[in-house]
Design a protein around this ligand. Structure first.
Ligand code: BV8
Length: 231
């Protein structure tokens, strides 16, 4: 890392880091939310209203992961995780597994993971090794119609928030990579960091809506910016 070396580094990633791997982003032109209304697939109400549609949406995205691979940005962060001498916290809003497939081992998935399934009835969590189906029974409680992708929908509380906020508070550099900063609570991390006097850096293809809040912003593709930041 070429900058003044932090001893505690907090990194937040979003869909932009996986874009060059071929995973669709959400809010870019032609992104996922321009094709599907998030209210129809990514809310608890949608799951109750049309379970089959929600399952199909996430089954297709899970299947798509087998056709993509981590890119140089994921690889650089995995290297950083292994080599960084201080405390590194890597939080992702992404539900893909590209950080892990690049070799990262301590990723906090605040919006859940496509590779897991969760039972709304008994909170059982399992690996999702195949498509989820409407008539799947929960392997633990036996109920049907309760198995869902283990992802955090709009209106639900993101995962690991206590740990995330604790790590953010003790960081000395906050780096936001490939995220539009449109979805809370992640969108609020930059102001939280600034209020605490933590240095902030944005690495994004273009200025995000919240770009002005960062001490420094570098713009370009993650596959170039992230390795340059790490090495
Ligand atoms: C919560 C998971 C309380 C599943 C996702 C008004 C009404 C209703 C609700 C709200 C409201 N106002 C605020 C809210 C809360 C709401 C919210 O923020 N809504 C927004 C829309 C206003 N948030 C919630 O409901 C959250 N829960 O707040 O609970 C709470 C919180 C804490 C503690 C206690 C209580 C839950 C939100 C979870 C939503 N789940 N998805 C799924 O994926 O299907 S969110 C969805 O957006 C994505 O999944 C992703 O995780 C998230 C963030 O998107 P980004 O990653 O930023 O992607 P985006 O496309 O937007 O941007 C990509 C960026 O990359 C762009 O800037 C682009 O320029 C850049 N880029 C592109 N290519 C590259 C690149 N950069 C670099 N290199 C490239 N090559």
């Amino acid at each position: 890392m070429t900058e003044r070396r932090p001893s505690s580094l907090f990194i937040l990633t979003g869909a932009g880091i996986s874009a060059e791997s071929g995973v669709e982003t959400f809010r870019d032109k032609g992104g996922l939310w321009s094709k599907v209304r998030l209210e129809d697939v990514a809310t608890p109400e949608a799951f109750v209203r049309d379970l089959a549609r929600v399952q199909a949406f996430y089954n297709a995205r899970r299947a798509g992961l087998s056709a993509v691979s981590p890119n140089a940005a994921h690889e650089a962060l995995a290297r950083l995780e292994h080599e960084f001498a201080g405390t590194l916290t890597l939080v992702t809003q992404n539900i893909d597994d590209l950080h892990e497939r690049a070799g990262a081992r301590r990723v906090l998935h605040m919006h859940g993971e496509l590779a897991k399934a969760f039972c709304n009835g008994c909170a059982e969590r399992r690996d999702a090794t195949r498509d989820l189906a409407v008539d799947d029974a929960c392997p633990a409680c036996g109920k049907t119609g309760t198995m869902r992708p283990d992802v955090v929908w709009f209106g639900e509380i993101p995962y690991h928030m206590d740990l995330i906020l604790e790590r953010l508070a003790s960081a000395d550099l906050f780096v936001s990579i490939g995220t539009s900063g449109a979805v809370y609570p992640a969108a609020g991390f930059v102001s939280e960091a600034r209020q605490r006097g933590i240095r902030t850096l944005e690495l994004n293809l273009e200025p995000s809506d919240g770009s002005w809040q960062f001490d420094e912003a570098r713009h370009g593709p993650a596959s170039r910016l992230v390795p340059a930041f790490v090495d």
